[in-house]
Design a binder for this molecule. Structure first.
Ligand SMILES: [Zn+2]
Length: 337
């Protein structure tokens, strides 16, 4: 558009708080192409709102998790005046309460391969404005048990917002297709556990790297310190299996402690007792053995290697009700396409 001397500019008289009625391009959350640019418009359900955080003397920010009908969840960071859009307190946690946010002029950003949105100078945000587009989303939500489950999950998770977004966006797969996917989520059993001595090690208390025994005392090669103070850490390597295949996986300290509900220090104490090894193995077997978990696994960095053990990002107990709903949805989509 060119504005020249002969151009006449007329101020449009309309309600300034209404959603602009001129042409706009609505972007689905699974269609964001990452480039530092403004999007046209987005709308989605607000699953979660973090507390307001004050940055420096004059800035405030708040993170929302929003989801649209593509089941993609995205983080939206609101800055300054926008942080008050849903009030300043905690978001109502009732799953029937799910505000619809309509936004234009947001910035699309990317950090460590994750796309997120932020408000900017030209952004405009609307909550629960009624029009055909937003009504279709609220109707979808009201009749969708799985969407309500997702909302409840976001509002009750002990994980960080980004972790939960990663988990909820990870496509569900079977192990046989692991080599071909990006970030994924797979339900599989633990079917081979290593012996007790192999999954606990002594780590340098400063850098958390495994120490070596040098002249009878622990030495951290990374910090170059001898007789360094150590703490026990867990590292599990095992094989997971589903109906389609197997995969070697590694579960690091925090996840292992979490899934065993037992700190490494306690396991170390148990191992030092008579018959401790058997008791530890029994405890681990009761928590992991032949049980199904939902594994969230990043893709292979290089070409898939079946002998490599892939480190899992998160491990969740399987919510079978949710899995059944996903399966039903998956088959419905297949039927309709
Ligand atoms: Zn160290």
């Amino acid at each position: 558009m060119t504005i020249a001397a002969e151009t006449i500019v007329i101020r449009e008289e309309h309600d300034d708080t209404a959603i602009p009625s001129f042409f706009y391009n609505l972007v689905a959350f699974n269609q964001f192409h990452v480039h530092a640019n403004r999007t046209d418009m987005v709308f989605g359900l607000v699953l979660y709102a973090s507390p307001i955080e004050y940055v420096g003397e004059h800035s405030a920010k708040r993170d929302f998790a929003i989801m649209d009908k593509t089941w993609t969840t995205i983080k939206l960071t609101l800055w300054n005046d926008f942080v008050h859009i849903l009030g300043d307190g905690h978001l109502n946690t009732d799953s029937n309460f799910c505000p619809i946010l309509f936004a234009c002029g947001l910035h699309v950003k990317s950090f460590r391969g994750r796309t997120y949105l932020t408000t900017g100078f030209y952004s405009r945000l609307y909550v629960n404005k009624v029009d055909n587009v937003t009504t279709s989303l609220s109707t979808w939500y009201e009749s969708n048990k799985l969407a309500k489950k997702r909302v409840a999950g976001f509002r009750s998770t002990p994980l960080s917002l980004q972790s939960f977004i990663d988990i909820s966006n990870a496509p569900r797969i079977r192990l046989a297709t692991f080599y071909a996917v990006q970030y994924c989520r797979v339900i599989a059993n633990v079917c081979h556990l290593e012996q007790a001595d192999n999954f606990i090690y002594e780590a340098c208390h400063r850098c958390l790297k495994k120490v070596v025994i040098f002249q009878g005392v622990p030495k951290c090669e990374s910090c170059d310190l001898t007789n360094v103070l150590t703490i026990p850490r867990l590292l599990f390597r095992f094989i997971t299996c589903d109906i389609s295949g197997c995969l070697k996986v590694t579960m690091l300290h925090d996840l292992a402690q979490n899934i065993l509900r037992c700190p490494a220090t306690e396991i170390k104490l148990l191992l030092q007792q008579p018959n401790g090894r058997t008791r530890v193995m029994e405890m681990i077997f009761s928590k992991l053995g032949k049980k199904s978990f939902s594994w969230i696994i990043p893709p292979p960095i290089e070409e898939f290697n079946p002998h490599h053990s892939y480190t899992v990002s998160y491990v969740l107990h399987v919510d079978w009700a949710e899995e059944c709903m996903w399966l039903t949805k998956h088959h419905q989509n297949k039927l309709h396409s």
